[in-house]
Design a protein around this ligand. Structure first.
Ligand code: AHR
Length: 325
Protein backbone atom coordinates (compact mmCIF):
# COMPACT_ATOMS: atom_id res chain seq x y z
CA UNK A 1 0.00 0.00 0.00
CA UNK A 2 2.83 2.35 0.95
CA UNK A 3 4.52 1.60 -2.39
CA UNK A 4 1.21 2.31 -4.24
CA UNK A 5 0.92 5.81 -2.63
CA UNK A 6 4.55 6.57 -3.41
CA UNK A 7 4.03 5.70 -7.12
CA UNK A 8 0.82 7.79 -7.16
CA UNK A 9 2.69 10.76 -5.62
CA UNK A 10 5.51 10.51 -8.19
CA UNK A 11 2.98 10.35 -11.04
CA UNK A 12 1.13 13.38 -9.68
CA UNK A 13 4.39 15.35 -9.42
CA UNK A 14 5.37 14.38 -12.94
CA UNK A 15 1.99 15.44 -14.30
CA UNK A 16 2.24 18.64 -12.29
CA UNK A 17 5.65 19.44 -13.75
CA UNK A 18 4.39 18.64 -17.21
CA UNK A 19 1.56 21.08 -16.53
CA UNK A 20 4.00 23.79 -15.43
CA UNK A 21 6.30 23.43 -18.38
CA UNK A 22 3.40 22.94 -20.80
CA UNK A 23 2.52 25.03 -23.83
CA UNK A 24 1.21 28.53 -22.91
CA UNK A 25 2.95 29.79 -19.77
CA UNK A 26 6.57 29.71 -20.90
CA UNK A 27 6.08 30.46 -24.62
CA UNK A 28 6.55 34.12 -25.58
CA UNK A 29 3.11 35.75 -25.82
CA UNK A 30 2.46 37.45 -29.16
CA UNK A 31 1.71 40.89 -27.72
CA UNK A 32 0.11 43.56 -29.93
CA UNK A 33 1.72 47.00 -30.26
CA UNK A 34 -0.74 49.25 -28.43
CA UNK A 35 -1.41 52.73 -29.85
CA UNK A 36 -3.41 55.31 -27.91
CA UNK A 37 -5.15 57.70 -30.30
CA UNK A 38 -6.70 60.96 -29.11
CA UNK A 39 -9.09 62.12 -31.85
CA UNK A 40 -10.56 65.67 -31.93
CA UNK A 41 -14.21 64.64 -32.07
CA UNK A 42 -16.87 63.90 -34.65
CA UNK A 43 -17.75 67.48 -35.57
CA UNK A 44 -17.68 67.06 -39.35
CA UNK A 45 -17.96 64.58 -42.23
CA UNK A 46 -14.21 65.10 -42.71
CA UNK A 47 -13.57 63.96 -39.14
CA UNK A 48 -15.77 60.89 -39.50
CA UNK A 49 -13.82 59.92 -42.66
CA UNK A 50 -10.51 60.54 -40.91
CA UNK A 51 -11.50 58.33 -37.96
CA UNK A 52 -12.58 55.59 -40.38
CA UNK A 53 -9.31 55.87 -42.28
CA UNK A 54 -7.35 55.52 -39.03
CA UNK A 55 -9.33 52.61 -37.59
CA UNK A 56 -9.44 50.63 -40.84
CA UNK A 57 -5.66 50.97 -41.25
CA UNK A 58 -5.10 49.11 -37.97
CA UNK A 59 -8.12 46.85 -37.52
CA UNK A 60 -7.73 43.21 -38.52
CA UNK A 61 -3.98 43.52 -38.03
CA UNK A 62 -3.07 41.37 -35.01
CA UNK A 63 0.22 43.24 -34.71
CA UNK A 64 -1.58 46.41 -33.64
CA UNK A 65 -4.20 47.47 -31.14
CA UNK A 66 -5.49 51.02 -31.77
CA UNK A 67 -7.34 52.47 -28.78
CA UNK A 68 -9.21 55.65 -29.71
CA UNK A 69 -10.58 58.31 -27.36
CA UNK A 70 -12.98 60.92 -28.78
CA UNK A 71 -12.28 64.34 -27.19
CA UNK A 72 -15.58 65.90 -28.30
CA UNK A 73 -13.65 69.01 -29.41
CA UNK A 74 -12.29 69.70 -25.86
CA UNK A 75 -8.54 69.95 -25.29
CA UNK A 76 -9.03 69.05 -21.60
CA UNK A 77 -10.53 65.72 -22.69
CA UNK A 78 -7.40 65.13 -24.78
CA UNK A 79 -5.15 65.73 -21.75
CA UNK A 80 -7.20 63.21 -19.74
CA UNK A 81 -7.03 60.63 -22.54
CA UNK A 82 -3.27 61.03 -22.99
CA UNK A 83 -2.61 60.70 -19.24
CA UNK A 84 -4.71 57.54 -19.23
CA UNK A 85 -2.64 56.16 -22.13
CA UNK A 86 0.57 56.88 -20.16
CA UNK A 87 -0.79 55.10 -17.06
CA UNK A 88 -1.80 52.11 -19.17
CA UNK A 89 1.73 51.95 -20.61
CA UNK A 90 0.79 52.10 -24.30
CA UNK A 91 3.62 51.64 -26.83
CA UNK A 92 2.79 54.69 -28.95
CA UNK A 93 0.53 57.77 -28.89
CA UNK A 94 -1.16 59.62 -31.76
CA UNK A 95 -2.71 63.04 -31.12
CA UNK A 96 -4.97 65.02 -33.47
CA UNK A 97 -4.86 68.29 -31.46
CA UNK A 98 -8.01 70.39 -31.16
CA UNK A 99 -5.97 73.62 -30.93
CA UNK A 100 -2.28 74.45 -31.33
CA UNK A 101 -1.45 76.04 -27.95
CA UNK A 102 -1.07 74.43 -24.53
CA UNK A 103 0.65 71.12 -25.34
CA UNK A 104 4.10 71.52 -23.67
CA UNK A 105 3.23 69.97 -20.31
CA UNK A 106 1.43 66.89 -21.52
CA UNK A 107 3.91 66.25 -24.36
CA UNK A 108 6.74 66.47 -21.82
CA UNK A 109 4.92 63.93 -19.62
CA UNK A 110 4.72 61.58 -22.62
CA UNK A 111 8.41 62.09 -23.39
CA UNK A 112 9.35 61.42 -19.74
CA UNK A 113 7.37 58.17 -19.94
CA UNK A 114 9.47 57.20 -23.00
CA UNK A 115 6.49 56.95 -25.37
CA UNK A 116 6.89 58.17 -28.99
CA UNK A 117 4.22 60.52 -30.38
CA UNK A 118 2.84 61.42 -33.80
CA UNK A 119 0.85 64.65 -34.21
CA UNK A 120 -1.68 64.34 -37.01
CA UNK A 121 -4.14 66.52 -38.94
CA UNK A 122 -3.54 69.84 -37.11
CA UNK A 123 -0.29 70.99 -35.46
CA UNK A 124 0.96 71.90 -31.98
CA UNK A 125 2.77 75.16 -31.17
CA UNK A 126 5.72 74.01 -29.04
CA UNK A 127 9.29 75.40 -28.93
CA UNK A 128 10.88 71.97 -28.63
CA UNK A 129 9.98 69.88 -31.66
CA UNK A 130 11.73 66.83 -30.17
CA UNK A 131 8.52 66.41 -28.15
CA UNK A 132 7.03 64.58 -31.14
CA UNK A 133 8.37 62.39 -33.95
CA UNK A 134 6.50 63.87 -36.86
CA UNK A 135 3.46 65.95 -37.84
CA UNK A 136 1.34 64.53 -40.65
CA UNK A 137 -1.62 66.33 -42.22
CA UNK A 138 -2.68 69.13 -44.54
CA UNK A 139 -0.88 72.27 -45.61
CA UNK A 140 -3.73 74.52 -44.44
CA UNK A 141 -2.02 77.75 -45.54
CA UNK A 142 -1.66 76.37 -49.06
CA UNK A 143 -5.37 75.47 -49.03
CA UNK A 144 -6.24 79.07 -48.10
CA UNK A 145 -3.92 80.39 -50.81
CA UNK A 146 -5.62 78.19 -53.44
CA UNK A 147 -8.94 79.74 -52.37
CA UNK A 148 -7.83 83.37 -52.54
CA UNK A 149 -5.99 82.85 -55.84
CA UNK A 150 -9.23 81.55 -57.32
CA UNK A 151 -11.18 84.51 -55.89
CA UNK A 152 -8.59 86.88 -57.33
CA UNK A 153 -9.46 85.57 -60.80
CA UNK A 154 -13.19 85.93 -60.16
CA UNK A 155 -13.43 89.50 -58.85
CA UNK A 156 -12.41 92.22 -61.36
CA UNK A 157 -10.38 95.04 -59.77
CA UNK A 158 -13.24 97.52 -60.34
CA UNK A 159 -15.71 95.34 -58.39
CA UNK A 160 -16.07 94.98 -54.61
CA UNK A 161 -15.70 91.64 -52.84
CA UNK A 162 -17.84 91.69 -49.69
CA UNK A 163 -16.70 88.56 -47.94
CA UNK A 164 -18.55 86.87 -45.12
CA UNK A 165 -16.04 84.69 -43.28
CA UNK A 166 -17.22 81.59 -41.36
CA UNK A 167 -14.46 80.43 -39.01
CA UNK A 168 -13.79 77.00 -37.55
CA UNK A 169 -12.55 76.24 -34.01
CA UNK A 170 -10.47 79.24 -33.01
CA UNK A 171 -6.84 78.24 -32.42
CA UNK A 172 -6.98 75.09 -34.58
CA UNK A 173 -4.36 75.01 -37.35
CA UNK A 174 -7.09 74.61 -39.98
CA UNK A 175 -8.70 77.84 -38.73
CA UNK A 176 -5.47 79.80 -38.15
CA UNK A 177 -3.96 79.13 -41.58
CA UNK A 178 -7.13 79.42 -43.67
CA UNK A 179 -7.91 82.69 -41.89
CA UNK A 180 -4.35 83.93 -42.44
CA UNK A 181 -4.54 83.30 -46.19
CA UNK A 182 -7.77 85.30 -46.43
CA UNK A 183 -6.66 88.19 -44.20
CA UNK A 184 -3.32 88.48 -46.06
CA UNK A 185 -5.16 88.62 -49.38
CA UNK A 186 -7.65 91.22 -48.13
CA UNK A 187 -4.71 93.36 -46.95
CA UNK A 188 -3.37 93.47 -50.52
CA UNK A 189 -6.70 93.96 -52.35
CA UNK A 190 -8.22 97.41 -51.80
CA UNK A 191 -11.50 96.20 -53.35
CA UNK A 192 -11.87 93.26 -50.92
CA UNK A 193 -13.40 93.57 -47.46
CA UNK A 194 -14.41 91.07 -44.78
CA UNK A 195 -17.91 92.15 -43.80
CA UNK A 196 -17.89 89.93 -40.71
CA UNK A 197 -16.17 86.93 -39.11
CA UNK A 198 -18.66 84.47 -37.64
CA UNK A 199 -17.75 81.59 -35.36
CA UNK A 200 -19.07 78.26 -36.66
CA UNK A 201 -16.85 75.78 -34.74
CA UNK A 202 -16.59 73.52 -37.82
CA UNK A 203 -20.18 72.31 -37.27
CA UNK A 204 -23.27 72.58 -39.44
CA UNK A 205 -25.58 73.42 -36.52
CA UNK A 206 -23.46 76.31 -35.21
CA UNK A 207 -22.96 77.76 -38.70
CA UNK A 208 -26.67 77.61 -39.44
CA UNK A 209 -27.39 79.39 -36.14
CA UNK A 210 -24.88 82.25 -36.62
CA UNK A 211 -25.66 82.69 -40.30
CA UNK A 212 -29.42 82.85 -39.67
CA UNK A 213 -28.88 85.53 -37.04
CA UNK A 214 -26.45 87.52 -39.23
CA UNK A 215 -28.62 87.47 -42.34
CA UNK A 216 -31.56 88.97 -40.44
CA UNK A 217 -29.84 92.36 -40.59
CA UNK A 218 -27.04 91.97 -43.19
CA UNK A 219 -27.69 90.79 -46.70
CA UNK A 220 -25.07 92.76 -48.59
CA UNK A 221 -22.46 90.06 -49.24
CA UNK A 222 -21.21 88.47 -52.44
CA UNK A 223 -18.64 85.93 -51.18
CA UNK A 224 -18.88 83.30 -48.46
CA UNK A 225 -15.49 81.97 -47.30
CA UNK A 226 -16.42 78.99 -45.15
CA UNK A 227 -13.65 77.09 -43.39
CA UNK A 228 -15.27 73.66 -43.78
CA UNK A 229 -17.99 71.85 -45.69
CA UNK A 230 -20.31 71.20 -42.77
CA UNK A 231 -20.42 74.90 -41.90
CA UNK A 232 -21.10 75.56 -45.59
CA UNK A 233 -24.10 73.21 -45.54
CA UNK A 234 -25.51 75.08 -42.52
CA UNK A 235 -24.84 78.41 -44.26
CA UNK A 236 -26.56 77.27 -47.46
CA UNK A 237 -29.68 76.42 -45.47
CA UNK A 238 -29.61 79.88 -43.83
CA UNK A 239 -29.09 81.58 -47.21
CA UNK A 240 -32.03 79.63 -48.69
CA UNK A 241 -34.25 80.70 -45.82
CA UNK A 242 -33.15 84.33 -46.19
CA UNK A 243 -33.96 84.19 -49.92
CA UNK A 244 -30.36 84.89 -50.97
CA UNK A 245 -29.11 83.13 -54.10
CA UNK A 246 -25.67 81.57 -54.35
CA UNK A 247 -23.45 79.45 -56.60
CA UNK A 248 -23.23 79.86 -60.37
CA UNK A 249 -25.16 82.99 -61.36
CA UNK A 250 -26.22 83.69 -57.77
CA UNK A 251 -25.56 86.69 -55.52
CA UNK A 252 -22.99 84.88 -53.33
CA UNK A 253 -19.93 82.94 -54.50
CA UNK A 254 -19.28 80.06 -52.11
CA UNK A 255 -15.78 78.88 -51.22
CA UNK A 256 -15.62 75.79 -49.01
CA UNK A 257 -12.88 73.58 -47.56
CA UNK A 258 -12.71 69.75 -47.37
CA UNK A 259 -14.27 68.72 -50.72
CA UNK A 260 -16.38 65.93 -49.25
CA UNK A 261 -18.65 63.95 -51.57
CA UNK A 262 -21.69 66.08 -50.63
CA UNK A 263 -19.84 69.35 -51.27
CA UNK A 264 -18.47 68.08 -54.60
CA UNK A 265 -22.00 67.12 -55.63
CA UNK A 266 -23.19 70.69 -54.85
CA UNK A 267 -20.23 72.04 -56.78
CA UNK A 268 -21.03 69.77 -59.73
CA UNK A 269 -24.64 71.02 -59.56
CA UNK A 270 -23.47 74.66 -59.54
CA UNK A 271 -24.50 75.44 -55.95
CA UNK A 272 -20.94 75.78 -54.59
CA UNK A 273 -18.27 77.64 -56.59
CA UNK A 274 -15.01 76.30 -55.19
CA UNK A 275 -14.18 73.17 -53.17
CA UNK A 276 -10.68 73.23 -51.69
CA UNK A 277 -9.60 69.74 -50.84
CA UNK A 278 -8.59 68.68 -47.33
CA UNK A 279 -7.64 65.01 -47.51
CA UNK A 280 -8.58 62.96 -44.40
CA UNK A 281 -7.47 59.58 -45.79
CA UNK A 282 -4.02 59.20 -44.26
CA UNK A 283 -4.51 56.23 -41.89
CA UNK A 284 -2.20 53.95 -43.91
CA UNK A 285 0.45 56.70 -44.13
CA UNK A 286 0.39 57.03 -40.34
CA UNK A 287 0.76 53.25 -40.05
CA UNK A 288 3.72 53.25 -42.49
CA UNK A 289 5.40 55.99 -40.45
CA UNK A 290 4.99 53.94 -37.28
CA UNK A 291 6.43 50.86 -39.03
CA UNK A 292 9.41 52.90 -40.22
CA UNK A 293 9.97 54.21 -36.71
CA UNK A 294 9.85 50.66 -35.32
CA UNK A 295 12.37 49.54 -37.94
CA UNK A 296 14.72 52.29 -36.81
CA UNK A 297 14.35 54.27 -40.07
CA UNK A 298 14.39 58.06 -39.99
CA UNK A 299 11.09 59.74 -40.75
CA UNK A 300 10.54 63.31 -41.96
CA UNK A 301 9.55 65.93 -39.37
CA UNK A 302 6.56 67.06 -41.44
CA UNK A 303 4.53 65.01 -43.90
CA UNK A 304 1.92 66.80 -46.03
CA UNK A 305 -0.90 64.96 -47.78
CA UNK A 306 -1.75 65.57 -51.48
CA UNK A 307 -4.52 68.10 -52.09
CA UNK A 308 -6.01 70.30 -54.81
CA UNK A 309 -9.07 72.50 -55.50
CA UNK A 310 -12.12 71.96 -57.71
CA UNK A 311 -14.59 74.19 -59.52
CA UNK A 312 -17.74 73.07 -61.35
CA UNK A 313 -15.68 72.84 -64.56
CA UNK A 314 -13.38 70.08 -63.25
CA UNK A 315 -16.00 67.89 -61.58
CA UNK A 316 -17.76 65.05 -63.38
CA UNK A 317 -20.57 62.99 -61.85
CA UNK A 318 -18.29 59.91 -62.06
CA UNK A 319 -15.73 61.73 -59.95
CA UNK A 320 -18.35 62.64 -57.33
CA UNK A 321 -19.62 59.04 -57.26
CA UNK A 322 -16.13 57.69 -56.72
CA UNK A 323 -15.35 60.03 -53.82
CA UNK A 324 -14.46 58.03 -50.72
CA UNK A 325 -15.50 60.64 -48.15
O1 AHR B 1 -8.49 69.90 -39.19
C1 AHR B 1 -9.22 69.56 -40.32
C2 AHR B 1 -10.53 70.26 -40.28
O2 AHR B 1 -11.24 69.83 -39.13
C3 AHR B 1 -11.47 69.99 -41.44
O3 AHR B 1 -11.47 70.99 -42.40
C4 AHR B 1 -12.78 70.05 -40.75
O4 AHR B 1 -13.85 69.60 -41.50
C5 AHR B 1 -12.50 69.35 -39.50
O5 AHR B 1 -13.47 69.43 -38.55
Amino acid sequence: MKRFFSILLSLTMLLGMAGCSGARATEPVNKAFVIGFSQVGSESDWRVANTKSMTSAFENDPEYDLVMENARQEQENQFTAVRKFILEGVDFIIIAPTVEEGWETVLTEIKDAGIPVIIMDRSVAVEDDSLYLTNIGSDFLRQGKLAVEWLNGEIPSDKQAKILHLQGTIGATAQIQRTKALEDAVATHSNWEITSQLYGDFTEAKAYEVMTEYLKTNKDINVLYSENDNMTFGAMRALDEAGITYGNGGQVKIITFDATKEALQYCHDGRIDLCVECNPLFGTTVKDLIKKYRNGETIPKHVYVDETAYTTKEITQEFVNSREY
